[in-house]
Design a protein around this ligand. Structure first.
Ligand code: C2E
Ligand code: MG
Ligand code: MG
Ligand code: MG
Length: 277
């Protein structure tokens, strides 16, 4: 009897697990088919200089419009793509599409692209970046590559080399979501970054005292190394004013502009008469 019960337990557990696994495998297959189709597209969110509110850059944020499930946010498929290896194909598509879009913008506006640590491990990564820029006809200094602190978890010699190559080419290397990962402050000295983005989780808590303290510390540290800072997730005028008072150089968030489709970002940038591609 005990044996039968054990078997039942095992079966129900197994069935639950395999449902989840099958679901994941199916979503993976659907993602593979979606890359390169109109289901996958980019939205762009502006980054504004402080305090004069000029658009310095727009960040490419990938969107998956699934025919049955609707809009799936990137947090729900980037991780999957990293697990099943599709991130290489997806990331390459994002990079090429973002560069192609940015050539239509005024030349002082840069394009920021999120790059997964998994993409860094691809030996072709630098070649892909170069080819994306060349193919689009975009000068390297208009590309900002956003990476997270997770990049430091492993193989720092290789990563350090790639970051240096990107900087040598003229691209900006930006440290995204700063303050949330495995960061040790020593990384800021070992690797050179052109910009640090302060994570939304701190900005959200403003004007709360400990969040203010952390943001002020990050901004001061960055300033001492001549690195500009962008505050993410700025939603209120009060947050904006405090960030400005603390010496932040750029702001990004719903207060200033949400991520929006290509047509809307072009209108925001005053781009006219460009044939939609
Ligand atoms: P991220 O790079 O930190 O991008 C900022 C996220 O914060 C975006 O979410 C954006 O919509 C959201 N956001 C911006 N301003 C505000 C605000 O004022 N309030 C709130 N509540 N949210 C705000 P999204 O588009 O859902 O992207 C989530 C994350 O997915 C990104 O975080 C990035 O890590 C990742 N991601 C997006 N696109 C790509 C991509 O093409 N490649 C890779 N590897 N990752 C991507
Ligand atoms: Mg980002
Ligand atoms: Mg971020
Ligand atoms: Mg984030």
């Amino acid at each position: 009897k005990a044996k039968a019960l054990g078997r039942n337990c095992f079966h129900s557990f197994d069935a639950g697990l395999s449902y989840e696994m099958r679901n994941k495998a199916r979503l993976g297959d659907e993602l593979r088919a979606a890359i390169g189709s109109s289901q996958i597209c980019l939205h762009f969110q502006p980054l504004y200089t402080m305090p004069d509110n000029q658009i310095a850059a727009c960040e490419a944020l990938v969107r998956w419009n699934h025919p049955v499930r609707g809009m799936i946010p990137p947090d729900q498929f980037i991780g999957l793509a990293e697990e099943n290896g599709l991130i290489h194909e997806l990331g390459e598509w994002v990079l090429r599409a973002a560069c192609r879009e940015a050539v239509c913008w005024p030349p002082h506006v840069k394009v920021a692209v999120n790059v997964s640590p998994v993409q860094f491990r691809n030996s072709r990564f630098m070649a892909i970046v170069q080819s994306a820029l060349m193919e689009a006809g975009l000068v390297p200094h208009r590309l900002e590559v956003e990476i997270t602190e997770n990049i430091f978890v492993q193989n720092s010699a290789v990563n350090r080399d790639i970051l240096r190559q990107l900087a040598d080419m003229g691209c900006s290397v930006v440290l995204d979501d700063f303050g949330t990962g495995y960061s040790a402050l020593s990384y800021l000295r070992l690797f050179s970054f052109q910009k640090i983005k302060i994570d939304r989780s701190f900005v959200k808590e403003l004007p709360e005292k400990s969040a203010s303290g952390i943001i002020q510390a990050i901004v001061s540290l960055a300033q001492s190394m001549d690195i500009p800072t962008t505050a993410e997730g700025v939603e209120t005028q009060e947050q904006w004013a405090r960030l400005h008072a603390m010496g932040c150089s750029e702001a990004q968030g719903f207060l200033l502009g949400r991520p929006e489709p290509v047509a809307a970002i072009r209108e925001r940038l005053g781009v006219r008469d460009v044939v939609m591609s």
